[in-house]
Design a protein around this ligand. Structure first.
Ligand SMILES: [Zn+2]
Length: 273
């Protein structure tokens, strides 16, 4: 698989030798091969562009739900047609491998991606810490569809009427209480702790027990990666990243310099021996 090959072998050996829990934290690089542009940064077609810090906020939704939904659908409507790629499938296989025998339950996949592709691929212990574009939730606190177990699949609310004629009267509404629904994603003026289903507390607890932390396709630019990295350094556990970027990896992080859809299948093949 090219220049990253030796490092993949080293990472595989580290995984095989470790009987401690494994945490994998994925970012946009995992979904690139599914045709989803990165959500930040300067890539052509980046979904998070200049307008995001004003439009992708709860403040904007409160002020102008019609424009907020229009903006959101304009950016994310294509996501549901995207399919998992070999990187997603390799992580399903890695989870199965890690769950075998004495390694049982020692695996957590934390993703910053909102595309839902890890779940679609079949990953089980997956936390979508920034939410999922495939779901909406009711904005009325206390409604069953505002609770973590009441997330609505997006196709269960009527978005066609709004698409045809975006207006206050056609805004998508909660089937239980008729309040507005909103995308179930973490907006830029919100915190991980704002909604239980982001499971940020559970991630922190799990992070305190892992024996190896593996980042895949992330640019280390969000609060999540920072806090995981800080925790791992504090505990002195090995930290790896799979990323084709030419930027220097953060201090103390070992890097497999290859694309996720190349390195992860190679890694799984090696650990399965
Ligand atoms: Zn409701």
């Amino acid at each position: 698989m090219g220049p990253g090959c030796e490092m993949v072998e080293e990472l595989a050996s580290a995984l095989v030798a470790s009987h401690a829990p494994l945490m994998v934290c994925t970012g946009a690089g995992v979904s690139l091969a599914s045709g989803i542009p990165t959500f930040r940064g300067t890539d052509p077609g980046a979904v998070w562009t200049a307008d995001v810090t004003t439009m992708g906020t709860n403040r904007f939704f409160q002020k102008n739900p019609v424009e907020s939904w229009r903006w959101y659908l304009g950016r994310f409507d294509g996501l549901e047609e995207k399919l998992p790629n070999p990187a997603h499938r390799a992580l399903v296989a890695l989870e199965s491998w890690k769950r075998e025998g004495e390694r049982l339950r020692n695996f957590m996949l934390v993703t910053q991606n909102i595309d839902g592709l890890h779940v679609a691929a079949g990953s089980r212990a997956v936390v979508e810490v920034h939410g999922s574009a495939r779901h909406v939730r009711c904005v009325r606190p206390g409604c069953v569809n505002a609770a973590p177990e009441g997330m609505l699949p997006r196709d269960e609310v009527d978005l066609d009427a709004f698409r045809a004629a975006p207006d206050v009267g056609t805004l998508p509404r909660c089937p239980a209480c008729s309040a507005l629904v909103r995308p179930h994603v973490l907006w830029f003026d919100e915190y991980y702790g704002d909604h239980q289903s982001y499971q940020y507390a559970a991630v922190q607890v799990a992070a305190g027990q892992v024996g190896l932390l593996l980042f895949v396709g992330t640019s280390f630019s969000v609060g999540l990666t920072e806090s995981l990295l800080r925790g791992a350094r504090g505990r002195g556990i090995p930290v790896w990243t799979i990323d084709p970027s030419t930027d220097a990896a953060p201090l103390g992080v070992r890097r497999v310099n290859a694309a996720a859809e190349v390195a992860l299948p190679a890694l799984v093949e090696l650990v399965q021996g």
